[in-house]
Design a protein around this ligand. Structure first.
Ligand code: GLN
Length: 190
C-alpha cells in the first residue's frame, strides 16, 4: 500500500525506512498530486514553522486539510504534531492545519541539549514504547474528541482523534514500528 511521507523538511528518510520495514510503499509527498496518490500520510519531525511555510508555498495546506477531514489516516511526529494541531501556546502565528483539536506548547521540555529518552506506557499497547524527545512539544490542551494515549507527568505526549495519531516523540528513530503498522492497518480499513 502507498503511504505518503510529507517530504518538505525534516526526518523524511527515517519514516520512509520504517514504512519499507513493514512492507508498505513509501511515497514522498511534495505536491497535491502526490497527496492524491497515497492512502495515508506521515508528517515527520523537523521544524514546524519551516514545514508550515513550505506547505503553504507548495499549495498543500488546503489539500491536506481536505484529505484529513475526509478520513485519511495520518501520523504526525513532533513537528508533525504541531502542524496538525489547532494552535500553539505562543502568540506568534505559524501555519497549522487545525485538524487535530489540541493546543501544543513548542519546545516544552527545553532545548536540544535537554533532549531525553524514556519508556512510555501507551494505552492499547502491551509493551511500553521507547520515546525519543528532541526539542519536543507537549500537549497543553485537548479537545473533547481527543483520546490521550500516553503522558509524562500528567501532560499528554501521544494523542488520537479518529484516524489522526500524533506523538511528541520520534517513533521512527527506535525501530519500533507499531505506530507505522497502526497507520497502515487503518489505511487498509478506510
Ligand atoms: N522544536 C520543533 C518545532 O517546534 C520540533 C522538533 C522536532 O520535530 N524534533 O517545530
Amino acid at each position: 500500500m502507498r503511504i505518503g511521507v510529507l517530504a518538505l523538511q525534516g526526518d523524511v528518510r527515517e519514516h520512509a525506512a520504517a514504512l519499507e520495514r513493514i512492507g508498505a510503499e513509501p511515497v514522498l509527498v511534495r505536491s497535491p498530486a502526490d497527496l492524491d496518490a497515497v492512502a495515508a500520510l506521515i508528517i515527520p519531525g523537523g521544524e514546524s514553522t519551516t514545514m508550515g511555510k513550505l506547505a503553504d508555498r507548495y499549495g498543500l495546506i488546503e489539500p491536506l486539510r481536505g484529505r484529513i477531514a475526509g478520513g485519511m489516516p495520518v501520523l504526525g511526529t513532533c513537528a508533525g504534531m504541531i502542524l496538525l494541531a489547532t494552535g500553539t501556546t505562543s502568540p506568534v502565528h505559524q501555519h497549522q492545519l487545525g485538524v487535530l483539536d489540541v493546543i501544543v506548547e513548542r519546545n516544552a521540555f527545553g532545548r536540544q541539549v535537554e533532549s531525553f529518552e524514556v519508556a512510555l506506557d501507551v494505552k492499547g499497547f502491551d509493551e511500553p514504547m521507547w520515546g525519543v524527545f528532541i526539542r519536543a512539544p507537549r500537549v497543553a490542551d485537548v479537545g473533547a474528541g481527543v483520546d490521550v494515549l500516553a503522558e509524562i507527568d500528567g501532560r499528554p505526549v501521544m494523542v488520537r482523534q479518529g484516524a489522526i495519531v500524533a506523538t511528541s516523540f520520534h517513533p521512527e528513530l527506535t525501530g519500533d514500528d507499531r505506530l507505522h503498522t497502526l497507520i497502515l492497518q487503518m489505511a487498509g480499513e478506510s
